[in-house]
Design a protein around this ligand. Sequence first.
Ligand SMILES: [Fe+2]
Length: 303
Amino acid sequence: MQTTVPAPGAKALHGAAAGARPDRPDWTIDQGWSRYTDAEHATWRTLFDRQSALLPGRACDAFVEGMRRLPIGRDRIPEFERLSDVLQQHTGWRVVAVPGLVPDDVFFDHLANRRFPAGHFIRKPHELDYLEEPDVFHDVFGHVPMLMNPVIADFVQAYGEGGLRARKLGMLPQLARVYWYTVEFGLVRQADGLRIYGSGIASSFTESVFALDDDSPHRIGFDLERVMRTRYRIDDFQESYFVLDDLSDLLRLAEVDFGPLYDRIRGLPEHAPGDVLPSDRLWSRGTGCHHARQGAAPGIAKA
Ligand SMILES: [Fe+2]
């Protein structure tokens, strides 16, 4: 099983926590760190230990470096304030607590202002490998180390700004795919091989192996327009991962004028998550065996 990491802009995702709307208009809450139980800290420790053992040689250098500099340890769920103080010194970002999924406009506004909304709760012991809303382990262990990297820091802010615009233009599903296939499920080429930089992979024990080692998925050179037209899986591992030549490619992406791009792709056919196109730069062509074993693909996000 895998961790499901809902993406901003995916259908009905950010409304899922509607019943838990907090008092503040930006949906932030106090982390309530002192209220975490020993059992919750123990769950963090279990998740932290197995990812820390697995990721060397798999996570990209930027992730390793970010983790090294941050007050993220094995014993306790990190305190957002302490984390933010270090993060802010490096890239100007802060981590703010939210109760779970938040509406798209709230999410994008946080990102556009360099605030990363992180779920304050932690998954239950029986959900170690599967959860439907991003929890503190996914958001903090998976995302925050990458926000120490100046390129990712700028890119995620630009994504927040772009999200607000895309929403007005009715192109949010297309833009959300960029976030999904980069920030959440991106791979990057390093001199020593393919590495993980996507937080949805880095925080998932099973997908950290699947994304790099399994024969099933395609690994395809990143192409913006191609990605914007490609649906993704929300209930299973990805059928395709897109590979950056370098993290700095995201800087260029952050500067793209999406207006003409939206005009060009509006109405064009979409690609299924497992499609391979003649124009693809293939790193490895997958067998598709994993998803074939799972049967039809009921959980593909149409967004
Ligand atoms: Fe995420």
